[in-house]
Ligand binder design. Sequence first.
Ligand code: B12
Length: 371
Amino acid sequence: MTRLSAAAAESYWDAVVAGDDRAAFDRLETALREGVPLPQVLRGMPLAAQHRIGTLWEADTWSVPQEHAATAVSQQVLQRLLTRGPPADADRGETVVVACVEREWHSLPALVLAVTLQHHGLHVDLLGADTSVERLHARLTDAPVRAVLLSASLSSAIPAAHRHVEASRAHGVPVIAGGSAFDRDGVRARAIGASAFAASAEAVLEQLDRLPARVPPVQPLTGPGPAAARRILHQERVVAARLVHATRQLAARLDRRPGDEATPSWCGVLVDAAPYCVGAVAAACLTGDEGVLDELGGWARRVLRPRAAPSGVHEAWWAALAEAVRDTDAGDVAHRMVVDVGAAVASGTADPEGKDRYPAPTDLDRPDVRD
Ligand code: B12
């Protein structure tokens, strides 16, 4: 088996940085022609590039427009690969739907999944980013499907994933959930009624051999956690606006920069991400998994540090988040969860960095990238 060379991986990255999707596609094609297996090419080229982009943004080295432009390169490359259809000699004769849940704009993970599954002989209908429940219903009414594969990268998308699970199972179609919003033990996927969690395309193939052809509708989610999640989501804009206001006040109090009118960049990041943070609290309530909040806290630390946030910002912002959700009717459950996780970190009983759900693909899969 030919291995992907580090030089080939680097030349793909150079094309990404240059915004040159033709060159990127050529480099990927060359690796395939030389006999490097497709899954390894994907890990060493587009996935490695996305990870690198994420690291550069997190470190405040790259701006959001740079991140967008670079992601668009791999998006083009992968779309071109997808138009080829499954290899004739590996056709499994089954169709799966791959969809990102509502308000989930991270479409590239789903695209990589689609290309890989197609390579393994499945017919893939990719519905793409921000797929509405109505669109999913329409597709499932149209023609038979072996399974729906849901992709969510943001934990805040888990409540929306639950609506997709309801829709799919109302059609009797099994649902496999995946993406970095979910934990690898499948706790969150189970909580929202998915038939299975899978971390990779290969795991999907195994699940497809096991899952029944038809599944019953989901039971409604009951109990104080799901009720709290629903109420937070119902008032999401108000809660997010409160968090934004509190974050700006924090910047004014803790990060006065004489003569500098500009909002500190750490404040800008937290303000932009306020709806995501509120959604993450709702996801923690819906699934009963405090790990969602551990990850949120870890994310905040990782973005605050390189942006020179003054000490005390993280703790004060966490308290502001707890306050923002307390003021809703959902108050108790959500507020208690946020406070408990903050207290666990402060007392040293939790990992202050949160669990890292974004390890480099090389750490995850050992893609044998060598010189
Ligand atoms: C590119 C990018 C964007 C682009 C997305 C463009 C696009 N077309 O995809 C844009 C600019 C839109 C964006 C926006 C945001 N982003 Co963003 N983004 C990224 C970035 C840099 C890369 C994402 C990516 O392409 N990953 C590709 C690979 C690496 O993803 P992957 O999860 O490994 O995918 C594999 C598996 O998960 C699995 N898989 C995925 N889905 C499924 C499904 C099934 C069924 C199965 C079996 C497997 C499976 O297979 C995939 C392929 O192997 C990441 C950083 C990172 N390291 O990931 C941040 C990141 C994901 N974004 C983040 C955030 C916070 C946001 C915003 C909230 C920022 C904001 N302030 O508004 C918004 C939210 C927008 C929205 N509502 O969706 C955070 C998430 C933090 C967290 N802990 O949840 C990250 C980690 C960056 C960071 N450190 O802050 N983002």
